[in-house]
Design a protein around this ligand. Structure first.
Ligand SMILES: Nc1ncnc2c1ncn2[C@@H]1O[C@H](COP(=O)(O)OP(=O)(O)OP(=O)(O)O)[C@@H](O)[C@H]1O
Length: 588
């Protein structure tokens, strides 16, 4: 996947903005309220200046202070501020809504896309990376949408408005203030430049530390059993130290901006106060105007910093949007998927099937085989021969590069995904359970199953007995790792789930390899029940477990080299006989 680009990607920005189109009227209102609220804020210091001038002149001219005018002005000022706050509230309210709607839509699209993507995609992208796209990148987009628009408008309006007001009050003093402007921009830019390098290093150090923490926490039992705790602790130190360094530098540098700008501002205040004081004495400017000018200078520097940050934020957000769109843009293989369920009982045919995961590394080579409905077929062969791959093609987790795979006479690429999943099921070595109750785990994919159907499936799968011994029976809650269950029990649950979904084709990935012999017997019984009336394809890693299969396909280097029953293969299949004898010698 492409990396972040330092230049703004206009196409991505345009596409991101297109998500805002449905909310254009709300956005227009936000823009108008932003302009108005900023205008009101800008008028504030001017009115306050008038108050001070009135007060000052009343005292100096001995004509008495015009309290009526002052109270009028103060009331007007209060109204201005209140109205400005009210407008800010409206714009915030609308913007939060728009940003959250867009975020909701993006999350929805991403999730739907992930549910549709072929398994091959997940081989290429790590779960951590996908989670970061789904959580961090969407978060980034959300917060930018929420803040950037109003910030841009208010910052620009403030800058323009303040300059106009200052020019009205005193062009000369405005000129003095504006001369210092490039200096403050220079300071901010310089520091931002350095601190950005540090922020990037901070993110990298954080990523490395997270990766290390994840690895050491998930492998905790392994670390303990090999007494590697001390070693892991010492390996942690450099990760922690580099994050400390990067954090320290970035925070220190960004913390420098405010005091430095404050220093610069104070110098400007002093200059304006001295020159303004001289002008007041010369009666070329009112004292309230000097006061207003100083307030404007204070307001003026804030939007400069904000605008400097906005471009960085937009760039980072576009990078996030790009990462999201990369996933959304992955096109699915197109075919005339029909929701037609082919008639039949599970006949399978591989015709001239070739497949490779990576270019120029053929895994399956010209596979031609037909399996009869209801046949119990085992695939055996050396490690890496392509047994699992052949089974996965049947589930269309991957699609053949050449040739076709058919079920009951229908090419599986023309069968709707959902229909295909109802026709075929797999029981893997690694059981797939998720957090939820035992019942929810069994009814996964068939939420409308009745209680009777669930229990019958569990009884047939030999799972009912152990489920009833659990504290809450079928309502017992499992965590993500189903840590309360043994490996064998997890497999029995998986068998119950498949039993309930009642597919016509069953794929078993030698599900019984890592359990004790008593549980293995239970599982074998469950599987025997499950196999009844279905075509079964067992990917076997040990030959003795499949010697009773109706038919054994022997694979070697991506091809089926022998095909027959155990007895016939022992007699006529040189390669099978070799594998069988080797296994017996190894005492398996
Ligand atoms: N997702 C994948 N991406 C790339 N190559 C893969 C992928 N899965 C498997 N392979 C490669 O394809 C080849 C066949 O793998 P497969 O799992 O089908 O073999 P197998 O006969 O089932 O082996 P085993 O008995 O060890 O499970 C192996 O060389 C393997 O490294």
């Amino acid at each position: 996947m492409k990396n972040q680009d330092s230049k703004i990607q206009w196409g991505t920005l345009k596409r991101l903005l297109s998500y805002l189109l449905p909310y254009r009227f709300r956005l227009l209102t936000v823009a108008m309220t932003s302009v108005l609220s900023t205008l009101f804020l800008i008028l504030g210091p001017f009115v306050l200046g008038l108050v001070i001038t009135t007060l000052f002149e009343g005292m100096v001219n001995n004509g008495g202070i015009d309290f009526y005018r002052i109270s009028q002005l103060l009331l007007g000022l209060a109204a201005l501020y209140l109205f400005s706050v009210y407008l800010s509230y409206i714009q915030e309210y609308l913007m939060v809504g728009v940003a959250q709607h867009v975020t909701y839509t993006l999350r929805h699209e991403l999730h739907h896309q992930l549910m549709k993507l072929p398994i091959a995609f997940f081989d290429r992208v790590s779960t951590g990376d996908l989670m970061s796209r789904g959580v961090n990148d969407i978060d980034k987009i959300s917060s930018t949408l929420q803040q950037t628009l109003t910030q841009t408008i208010t910052s620009l309006m403030t800058m323009i408005g303040v300059v106009v007001m200052m020019l009205i009050i005193s062009p000369l003093l405005t000129l003095i203030v504006c001369i210092t402007l490039p200096l403050s921009i220079l300071i901010t830019k310089r520091i931002i430049k350095y601190s950005q390098v540090q922020f990037r290093q901070q993110q990298q150090a954080l990523g490395a530390l997270n990766g290390y923490i994840e690895e050491s926490y998930t492998n905790h039992p392994l670390i303990q059993s090999y007494h590697q705790g001390e070693d892991m602790k010492s390996k942690f130190t450099p990760y922690n130290a580099s994050l400390f360094e990067a954090n320290w530098r970035s925070q220190f540098l960004s913390g420098l901006i405010v005091p430095l700008l404050n220093l610069l501002n104070n110098v400007i205040y002093v200059v304006v106060a001295i020159i303004g004081g001289i002008f007041v004495v010369q009666r070329t400017i009112a004292i309230g105007d000097v006061q207003a000018l100083i307030m404007y200078i204070r307001i003026f520097t804030q939007p400069i910093n904000r605008v400097a940050n906005i471009t960085n934020t937009i760039q980072a957000t576009i990078a996030s949007a790009e990462r999201l769109f990369q996933v959304l843009d992955i096109s699915m293989p197109t075919s005339d998927y029909g929701s037609k369920v082919p008639e039949g009982r599970g006949e399978i045919s591989f015709e001239r099937v070739s497949f490779q995961y990576d270019a120029n590394k053929p895994i399956l080579k010209d596979i031609n085989v037909k399996l009869k409905a209801g046949e119990d077929v085992a695939i055996v062969g050396s490690s890496g021969a392509g047994k699992t791959t052949l089974a996965l093609l049947l589930l269309r987790f991957y699609e053949a590069n050449e040739g076709s795979v058919s079920i009951d006479g229908l090419d599986i690429t023309s069968i709707d995904d959902e229909v295909l999943r109802r026709m075929t099921s797999i029981v893997m070595q690694d059981t797939w359970l998720f957090s939820g109750t035992i019942r929810e785990n069994i009814t996964f994919g068939l939420p409308l199953a009745t209680e009777d159907e669930v229990i019958t499936a569990a009884i047939k799968a030999r799972a009912d007995a152990f489920i009833r011994k659990l504290p809450n029976g079928y309502d017992t809650h499992l965590d993500e790792q189903a840590s309360g269950l043994s490996e064998g029990e997890k497999q029995l649950l998986s068998i119950a789930r498949v039993m309930l979904s009642d597919p016509r084709i069953l794929i078993l990935d030698e599900a019984t390899s890592n359990v004790d012999s008593r549980t293995e017997l239970q599982i074998q019984k469950g599987l025997q029940q499950l196999k009844q009336g279905r075509t079964t394809v067992t990917v076997a890693h040990r030959l003795h477990t499949v010697r009773h299969a109706d038919r054994i396909l022997v694979m070697h280097d991506g091809q089926i080299v022998e095909d027959g029953s155990h007895e016939s293969l022992i007699e006529n299949g040189a390669y099978y006989r070799h594998l069988f004898l080797k296994e017996q010698q190894n005492g398996m």
